[in-house]
Design a protein around this ligand. Structure first.
Ligand code: TNX
Length: 503
């Protein structure tokens, strides 16, 4: 039923009404109680995907768009014009009357990549949370969900032919309590993984809401969990365990052909689950210490005429990226890879260390997504306030995020199109539950949705943070109706922090 079916479902759920879907030519309600979806396919203008026009008039509501994503976004806006109870999963009695303001609104996104990332490797998050996250991000008109599926502390995707990934790599013995330097551990096993069917369900749910799912398999570093399951992937003969502390592991993949085969086998299966045209292969924080003292790694270096162990990562990445090209997927990688000069021409750089990575990627003709930690890492504290849950320490306030400009003037007009958009990251070393994740995401993602949807010039000229904050107060009613554990604008309430305190 597509977009109309989705809208009927959410409205029926929230109101208990019965809604009829009519096809063109069938009689319309004569009282104006009608929502028309008009696809203007083949229109000549080059509007960005997801653009729409919303017209509310006496004879009903009309959403006009050039694609289904635009129809969906128009209906999301329409739902915002309804009472907050329209965001509930069950009706309130009696259902409030709906009176819409007359309006004619044309709306389009500033950026085509409007991303939200979740790290399910450091803490496993149940599938139900991923589905809720899809709902929340689509409601804010984001269109990419990046799932960080593997890391030193856990591997979260079952892979046929490698049963020990689910049986061993998905579980760790215990987790740190507080900061790792405190040396305290909870003594409780932690883990979990998704089957291919679980992930297909997430992908299908996301597709219905016009969200693409970007899978990440981080390599050749951040691989200790896989090496614990299959020691032959590593550089030492020592049996490792799935890492129980936070930080960067020095245990990385070796560079044997059999290890490359493991990587490509995994990516082959990833490509069958995730239809998105992009696959993320990480590439961040890969120490070369083990390669420097590995005769096998050094012999690959000599064989391939590489100048330094660092270049081994470039060689490895180029091999994996070529495999992805064969699967018709573009490679996405963290910005270290661009610096190594290893990224293929069509790779997308995610610049996490600073905004500069995206600026230089764009200048050198590469597509880039801005993920700069200084603004877009939501594992950072919301405020410099002792009541905040344990975070990464630095502070990213709502105001700082709202004021972020993904495309500063330093990006030359001729290369601006290479900056596809921006993305917020939630790393979950300190975030063990969905409730805590919601607290870190919201309402900061509300501010970020304006960063990627609105043209920066319009946002700064016509709006201000104070005015945004006033609109946000209204918007929080919708998050209440959905049941989101957002951070109140005044700061955490005492009961709230109990949900993430580890004992
Ligand atoms: C850096 S961002 C990392 C993550 C950590 C994060 C903590 C990136 C590509 N690597 O592994 O979780 O910092 O903020």
């Amino acid at each position: 039923m597509g977009v109309a079916g989705w809208f009927r479902r959410v409205v029926e759920q929230a109101t208990g009404w019965r809604i009829r879907i009519a096809t063109p030519g069938q009689a319309e309600a004569s009282d104006g109680n009608v929502v028309r979806l008009v696809l203007r396919s083949g229109s000549s203008h080059a509007e960005r995907t997801g653009s729409y026009r919303l017209l509310v008039a006496d004879d009903g509501v009309t959403v006009t768009a050039a694609d289904a994503a635009g129809e969906f976004n128009g209906l999301v806006t329409l739902r915002q014009l309804m009472p907050d109870s329209f965001w509930r999963a069950a009706p309130v009695q009696p259902s409030p009357p709906v009176v819409l303001p007359a309006l004619d609104l044309s709306d389009h996104p500033a950026f085509s990549w409007r991303g939200v990332h979740i790290d399910v490797a450091r803490h496993f998050m149940p599938k139900s949370f991923l589905l809720k996250l899809v709902d929340l991000i689509s409601m804010h008109k984001f269109n990419v969900l990046h799932i960080h599926l593997t890391d030193d502390q856990g591997w979260r995707i079952a892979i046929d032919g490698y049963p020990r990934l689910a049986a061993v790599a998905a579980w760790r013995r215990e987790s740190p309590v507080g900061r790792p330097e405190e040396g305290l551990y909870d003594g409780k096993p932690h883990g979990g993984f998704y089957t291919a069917d679980d992930l297909r369900e997430v992908v299908a749910y996301a597709k219905e809401r016009f969200v693409e799912v970007l899978p990440e398999i981080d390599m050749p570093g951040h691989m200790q969990a896989a090496i614990a399951a299959y020691p032959e992937l590593g550089n030492t003969s020592r049996q490792l365990e799935v890492l129980t502390s936070w930080g960067v592991s020095s245990h990385v993949l070796n560079l044997e052909e059999s290890t490359l085969r493991f990587c490509t086998d995994v990516l082959d299966q990833v490509a069958t689950i995730f239809p998105f045209g992009y696959v993320h292969i990480g590439g961040d924080e890969c120490p070369t210490t083990e390669w420097e003292s590995s005769e096998r790694a050094l012999s690959v270096m000599r064989r391939e005429a590489l100048e330094s162990p660092r270049q081994l990562q470039s060689w490895f990445t180029a091999r994996v990226a070529a495999h992805l090209s064969g699967l018709s997927r573009r490679t996405v990688c963290w910005d270290e890879v661009l610096e190594l000069g290893a990224a293929p021409d069509d790779a997308v750089t995610m610049s996490w260390r600073s905004r500069e990575g995206a600026i230089s990627a764009a200048a050198s003709g590469h597509d880039a997504v801005v993920a700069a930690q200084q603004w877009l890492y939501l594992d950072r504290d919301n405020a410099d306030d002792a009541r905040e849950p344990l975070g990464f320490g630095e502070t990213t306030t709502l105001e700082k995020l709202w004021n972020f400009d993904p495309l500063p003037d330093r990006v030359a007009p001729s290369s601006r199109h290479h900056v596809l958009g921006a993305q917020c990251q939630l790393w979950t070393e300190y975030v063990a539950t969905g409730e805590h994740a919601e607290y870190m995401y919201f309402p900061r993602l509300c501010a970020f949705s304006e960063v990627v949807w609105c043209e920066p010039s319009a946002r700064f000229e016509r709006h201000s943070f104070d005015e945004f904050r006033a609109r946000l107060r209204r918007h929080l009613g919708r998050l209440d109706a959905i049941g989101v554990n957002y951070r109140p604008l005044e700061g955490p309430t005492p009961g709230q922090s109990a949900t993430w305190t580890k004992v």
